[in-house]
Design a protein around this ligand. Structure first.
Ligand SMILES: NC(=O)c1ccc[n+]([C@@H]2O[C@H](COP(=O)([O-])OP(=O)(O)OC[C@H]3O[C@@H](n4cnc5c(N)ncnc54)[C@H](O)[C@@H]3O)[C@@H](O)[C@H]2O)c1
Length: 349
């Protein structure tokens, strides 16, 4: 029989309950032994729905349990650092939601505690597991579109009905570039490397109640003379979108988290390439268009937990460790700073 990692979940809100708990209570190699939320109603509803009997409104009591080996943190972003550090100091491995934290200082503290305790710390940069984005990364790494020269991604998500808008999401530190667009920034970093310079502009015309701007555009310089762009909006009308274009010397990849196809344009097709398996190929402006289906799994929580649990059980690589989470937060904070101060920011990692 598989060993089951005993897990405690902290935060039973929309994503904690709907994604984490929903997956973990079905997982082969995990057992949710306790859950925690300060909201008793949310806690008891989750307890009843998933049959987890041990419940806490104080996360420190959950952390006091010796049988818990790992903790999943789906609390508001402001608490990620405090809870993750307390958990690692109590000897628990940690799977922490994105963004790692709201400040570079908090991320740095989490990394220090991780090093001191030797516990695993994984940050849920889940867009890396969206099948279309993972395929795009594979194609870039295999050189299918040649050398990158331009990358762009976006996080366009209407937040008007999202939980927490009247509380933790309306924090001056919880800007859309960090809270939501950390997905797109992380994706660009993962594919093109760490951006080292950014110029950004932002405004607020949609969610007037927010203390921060709700729309940002940023242009960035990446390693190897790649340039790129990020668009982030938490107020725009229309479907949730992470439209992404990656341009290289031999071709272009177009993919979105809501598009069940990946599209690749190439000047020339290598007929040996696996790229053509099952793909529709047609002529377009003297180029070859290759379009093939990808699974639509925007929040691939099962794969995310497979990676976390495989790392605990078999020492396999984490999806994103503390340093990766920190680099994404650092880039996001630099974008916000550039827009706020109306100047170009150099990003040092
Ligand atoms: N990976 C993704 O794509 C994705 C999607 C949505 C949310 N998230 C992240 O997941 C986290 C939770 O987001 P959500 O949408 O579920 O928010 P939510 O507001 O629906 O849920 C947060 C829950 O945390 C509880 N909470 C607050 N303080 C607590 C404390 N001290 N101890 C225990 N519980 C506490 C709240 O009562 C609430 O039930 C955030 O970090 C968010 O950024 C990630």
């Amino acid at each position: 029989m598989n060993k089951k990692i005993k897990i405690g979940l902290i935060g039973c809100g929309a994503f904690g309950e709907g994604a984490h708990l929903s997956y973990l209570t079905k997982a082969d190699n995990a057992e949710v032994v306790a859950i925690c939320d300060i909201n008793e109603k949310a806690l008891m509803e989750a307890s009843e729905k998933y049959g987890v009997k041990d419940v806490y409104t104080d996360y420190t009591q959950l952390l006091d349990r010796n049988d818990i080996e790992a903790v999943a943190i789906a609390s508001p972003d402001q608490l990620h650092c405090e809870i993750a550090c307390a958990a690692m100091k109590k000897g628990k491995h940690v799977m922490c939601e994105k963004p790692m934290a709201l400040t570079v200082e908090d991320c740095t503290e989490m990394i220090e505690v991780q090093k001191e305790t030797g516990k695993k710390l994984m940050i849920g940069q889940i867009s890396r597991l969206t099948p279309g984005f993972a395929e795009a990364k594979r194609l870039v790494d295999e050189g299918v579109i040649g050398e990158l020269f331009f990358v762009e991604s976006e996080y366009a998500h209407d937040y008007s009905h999202v939980s927490g808008m009247d509380s933790w999401r309306a924090d001056p530190l919880r800007h859309v570039v960090l809270g939501g667009a950390c997905h797109a920034v992380d994706l660009l970093r993962w594919i093109a490397g760490n951006p080292h310079e950014v110029t950004a502009y932002s405004n607020k015309k949609m969610i007037k109640a927010l203390p921060t701007d709700d729309c940002t555009i940023a242009i960035m310089r990446f390693p190897n003379n790649v340039i790129g762009k990020l668009f982030a909006s938490s107020g725009c009308k229309g479907p949730y979108s992470m439209a992404t274009r990656l341009m290289g010397t031999k071709g272009t990849i177009i993919i979105n988290n809501t598009d069940p196809y990946i599209t690749v344009y190439r000047g020339q097709v290598n007929t040996d390439s696996k790229l053509l398996d099952g793909a529709y190929t047609g002529e377009y402006n003297n180029e070859v268009q290759i379009r093939y289906p990808v699974e639509l799994s925007n929040h691939n929580i099962s794969k995310e937990y497979q990676m976390f649990l495989d790392s605990l059980l078999f020492d396999k690589p984490l999806l994103a460790d503390g340093n990766e989470g920190l680099a994404t937060v650092r880039a996001c904070r630099a974008i916000i700073q550039s827009a706020d101060e109306n100047r170009t920011i150099t990003i040092n990692y």
